[in-house]
Design a protein around this ligand. Structure first.
Ligand SMILES: [Zn+2]
Length: 296
């Protein structure tokens, strides 16, 4: 085990065995809703997580998230992007009777395209620097290295679920929207922002035949313009990456979440659900207590 993983695991076990995880559940989580955020977890890992979660909370579909609680902690399982390997999770989801929400990039799934940060054009690139560029600057820079967001890629870089996978998963998964091509919305101009938000809703609805009412902000970045564009397009909720629990009083366009690494152990999951590791990460990235606004 690597030193960092070992440290993380030790910290997580302390949080669990000292009773902090349990105390947080009864004092803070209570009967509120925790949105768990995954990307591309292994089926065996998700299986263990769901096993644990079912012991400590009710796992509910997103449509029940704004219903007042009945005394038990609740969780919504969400996955971002629509990675092709998500299809492997199907037996685990069926086994546990859990219907997650997968927020899709509608310009990537169902196409032979790659997610920009997984494309060979970004090999050795500083992804955080690319995220800070305007959308046009980023696409120009990646374009010079051969990337086109609406262009086909070679088979090994196809990133999203294909049409057959989406069809197979449809009865067991709630597919919603995560923009078309996964730009950082706050780095888009007004027109790009509307195209990504309204266009994605339309494309998800065309692709899956249902209504698309829920959205997840790419990279967790959003502001008043994005919220207004979502309302204008007809969405009902949007999930952020801000840390905390939700209840019927939470702004539906600022739903809080607990982001989990795809290799999180069960102890790390339990520790994360206290909010402590994410708070410490916030401090490490230069934030302060004042700038930290989890909804407790
Ligand atoms: Zn994403």
């Amino acid at each position: 085990m690597k030193a960092k993983t070992l440290l993380r695991e030790t910290f997580a076990r302390i949080v669990v065995y000292c009773g902090i995880a349990k105390a947080t559940r009864s004092l803070l989580w209570r009967d509120r809703v925790a949105f768990l955020l995954y990307h591309d977890p292994d089926p065996a890992l998700l299986d263990k997580h769901l096993e644990y979660l079912k012991k400590i909370c009710d796992i509910i579909p997103i449509d029940q998230a704004n219903v007042p609680g009945r005394g038990r902690p609740r969780a919504v399982i969400t996955l971002d992007d629509g990675h092709a390997r998500n299809e492997l999770l199907l037996p685990v989801l069926i086994k546990h009777g859990v219907k997650p929400t997968i927020y899709l990039c509608s310009g990537i799934v169902g196409h032979a395209r790659s997610y920009w940060w997984l494309d060979p054009a970004t090999k050795n690139a500083d992804l955080e620097r690319l995220k800070r560029l305007t959308n046009r600057e980023r696409l120009t820079e990646l374009g010079a290295r051969g990337y086109r967001q609406d262009g086909d890629t070679s088979p090994e870089y196809i990133g999203g679920l294909n049409a057959a996978q989406l069809e197979a998963m449809r009865p067991y998964v709630d597919f919603q929207s995560h923009t078309r091509f996964h730009p950082i919305l706050t780095r888009c101009d007004d027109q790009e922002c509307v195209d990504e938000i309204a266009g994605s809703k339309r494309e998800v609805e065309e692709l899956l035949g249902g209504s698309c009412e829920h959205f997840a902000y790419t990279n967790g970045n959003y502001g008043p313009r994005e919220v207004a564009a979502l309302k204008q397009a007809g969405y009902k909720t949007a999930r952020t990456c801000d840390v905390g629990w939700n209840d019927e009083h939470t702004d539906p366009f600022r739903l809080k979440a607990f982001e989990l690494p795809d290799d999180a152990s069960v102890s790390w999951l339990a520790a994360n659900l206290t909010g402590i590791p994410l708070f410490l990460r916030h401090l490490r990235l230069g934030g302060n207590w004042k700038g930290y606004k989890p909804q407790f």
